[in-house]
Design a protein around this ligand. Structure first.
Ligand code: NDP
Ligand code: 2IT
Length: 444
């Protein structure tokens, strides 16, 4: 059995009941085979793979808070500090009822390689809580965020661990968390990213993940002698990533025909009106079905995902495993040419295989959605030098980073004899830098 397979078996054995974590590790370890084979003795002697799959630290804590009726509520909070070989732990905080330790481990593991790909000095981490912000009042969200930070503050800091947004955590939640951190520590520092522009946030951070998906898709299309312009794009989700992904694809001359939420999807053959989606989701915090009441000609399909529609480009931007093998086959049958993951691990391993076997240009999340954390890195830089760059300046840097990621991914795939396999390219390229740093730093 190969070294990678041995370590994968060990992960499954030692981490029972964490299927998403197993899935993420399997995807990475199976594609690292070419580099691991080349360096097997070095890696085995240093137990490098055994170390890289194990989080440096997991903090798990009680989050008690009082709802508007005066009832005490209790949630489970976590921070997975995965790997600090190339920089302070960096990664978002997910607030969703489905959150558990295994899901945060898969997200933290992915984050290690994603952050490495950005070229910025950031280690990997992820946090979260099984709190559901849906239907909560602003005051309830504030009390929850304050309680969450009342424990988390002692484990984070601008040079140790820098959280940010993810599902359920946006500008409002980051603001409340930052306020509580500052109150408890007395420090005004870049301890969170995605902050409001009035208190150290970076221009373009809100747009960064979705824009990055658009930029890398344009690179992929160009690399194949094709163009994003004129293409039909299907997007899932209607949150931060989906909204700005739709906006960028539109700017690039494509037509976006779907957006969704966990209840169903909207199909608008005239092209999704992003301002309407923003009003429903960012201002009213409503449901996506309201789009069909506002925009004439749009239809709402309840209880389904958008992958049955005909599209040239699919950008899943909602959550993990939101596209299965059957849906991937349906997309291929309908002529899909490119899949770029805005979400983390939205395709099952079987769905990825369908895309790759059918010659679809497929970019995994750790490359395609790295624009968000990249601009978080730029927010950290601006906080450190106490300056703010313009929107154009940050956007240019983001574009440069996404181009560079595409270059690293394609060149690494070729170098290891896997031309066009962007999963292998992304995993090996991300892994190389982290591995080099870990080996140089000794057994820690
Ligand atoms: P938001 O909370 O802003 O939006 C999430 C969207 O996904 C909503 O439309 C939500 O619908 C939908 N969704 C969430 N959970 C599920 C589910 N279980 N089933 C179906 N739909 C679901 O989150 P983001 O846009 O920030 O994040 C979306 C994805 O992108 C996540 O995978 C995240 O990890 C990833 N990502 C985010 C980055 C960022 O900078 N924010 C950076 C890189 C990746 P509903 O309202 O019904 O829950
Ligand atoms: O999955 C991700 O990369 C994020 N949620 C963004 C993390 C960050 O630190 O900006």
């Amino acid at each position: 059995m190969s070294y990678s397979s041995e370590v994968f078996e060990r992960v499954v054995k030692e981490n029972p009941n964490e299927p998403e974590f197993h899935q993420a590790v399997k995807e990475v370890l199976s594609t690292l085979e070419p580099i691991v084979t080349k360096n097997e003795k070095l890696y085995r002697d240093a137990a490098l793979l055994e170390r890289i799959v194990e989080p440096e630290r997991i903090i798990s804590f009680r989050v008690p808070w009082v709802d508007d009726k005066g009832q005490v509520q209790v949630n489970k909070g976590y921070r997975v500090q995965y790997n600090s070989a190339i920089g302070p732990y960096k990664g978002g905080i997910r607030l969703h009822p489905s959150v558990n330790q295994g899901i945060l481990k898969f997200l933290g593991f992915e984050q290690v390689f994603k952050n490495s790909l950005t070229g910025l000095p950031m280690g990997g981490g992820k946090g979260g809580c099984n709190f559901d912000p849906k239907g909560k009042t602003d005051n309830e969200v504030m009390r929850f965020c304050q309680s969450f930070m009342s424990e988390l503050y002692r484990h984070i800091g601008a040079d140790t661990d820098v959280p940010a947004g993810d599902i359920g955590t946006g500008a409002r939640e980051v603001g409340y968390m930052f306020g509580q951190y500052k109150k408890l520590t007395g420090l005004y520092e870049g301890v969170l990213t995605g902050k409001g522009l009035a208190f150290g946030g970076s221009l373009t951070r809100t747009e960064a993940t979705g824009y990055g998906v658009g930029y890398i898709s344009a690179e992929m299309m160009n690399g194949a002698g094709n163009d994003v312009s004129g293409k039909v794009v299907g997007i899932s989700g209607s949150g931060n990533v989906a909204i700005y992904c739709a906006k960028k694809f539109k700017e690039l001359g494509a037509k976006v025909i779907t957006v969704s939420d966990s209840n169903g999807y909207i199909y608008d053959e005239n092209g999704i009106n992003v301002d309407v989606v923003k009003e429903i989701k960012e201002v009213k915090r409503g449901r996506i079905k309201e789009y069909a009441d506002i925009v004439k000609g749009a239809k709402y399909v309840d209880g389904k995902r958008p992958w049955g529609e005909k599209m040239d480009i699919a950008a899943p931007c909602a959550t993990q495993n939101e596209m299965n093998e059957a849906e991937a086959k349906e997309l291929v049958k309908n002529g899909v040419k490119l899949v770029a993951e805005g979400a983390n691990m939205p395709l099952t391993l079987e769905a990825i295989k369908v895309m790759q076997d059918n010659g679809v240009l497929y970019m995994p999340g750790k490359a395609a959605n790295a624009g968000g954390v990249a601009v978080s890195g730029l927010e950290m830089s601006q906080n450190s030098i106490r300056l703010s760059w313009t929107f154009e300046e940050v956007d240019e840097r983001l574009k440069g980073i996404m181009k560079n990621i595409y270059k690293q991914v394609t060149e690494t795939a070729e170098e290891f004899g896997k031309k066009g396999d962007f999963v292998t390219g992304a995993n090996i390229a991300g892994f190389k830098k982290v591995a080099t740093a870990m080996l140089a730093q000794g057994v820690v």
